[in-house]
Design a protein around this ligand. Sequence first.
Ligand SMILES: [Mg+2]
Ligand SMILES: [Zn+2]
Length: 280
Amino acid sequence: MAGIVVVFDFDKTIIDLDSDNWVVDELGATDLFNQLLPTMPWNSVMLFNKLQDRMMKELHEQGKTIKDIEEVLKRAPAIPRVVPAIKAAHALGCDLRIVSDANLFYIETILNHLGISDCFTEIHTNPGYVDEEGRLRIRPHHDFHTSSHGCSSNTCPPNMCKGLVIEKIQASLAKEGKKRMIYLGDGAGDYCPSLKLKEQDFVMPRKDFPVWKLINENHDLVKAEIHGWSDGEEQEQILLQIIKTISMEDNQFLSVDCKFQTIPINAVHEAITKALPVPY
Ligand SMILES: [Mg+2]
Ligand SMILES: [Zn+2]
């Protein structure tokens, strides 16, 4: 199973909400946010993460601390069953990564709190760090000031094209001998990476969310196998079923170098038997 890479979006794919909105709302800054919105140049309004950085400046000036932000992030609920699904996929030897338009500070704080940060090998997102004044700074993943990321899809914001990230991962995987990718997401920004997946890959769009609509409207452009999910239970079942299917296809099941032997056999049994047939 070392040959499988599972790429997760973060907001509304791992946690049950949008982390940017959650922090603003929970810090009682929704009105401030709405006041700030019309004062930003129109191209900054498009740049949600630039707006977030400005929000953090205002909140810092109002006396909100990093600790306050951390406390809010720790209250962010994970989608039920997604944490066990991530742990199971990791235990089965899959290489898990995150590609998200949130920011590193939010993602790391929440993953640490959920006890699953060790399950991921890479996080591709907007840089987020605490500066010397104790203010959270949020920077673009792609510096659009120097150049465009080159993707013309109107579903990709100027600070991040997840499709480009997937292409870079694919290039490095070719060197590592990893073959299959499973991509999970919900938002419009998850559409571009879905188009980059190959025939042997799988895309798991969240049903009735923007990426689901886009994929359904452009079915012919998607080469990967499409498996929709609605809630965490379905995400867990489908993900583990796909992993099982791939491992059987690749004939790695219970092979000598398989990670299965490093975890209790009853845990494997539980993970596999829970996985139901994959619905479209
Ligand atoms: Mg999302
Ligand atoms: Zn793109």
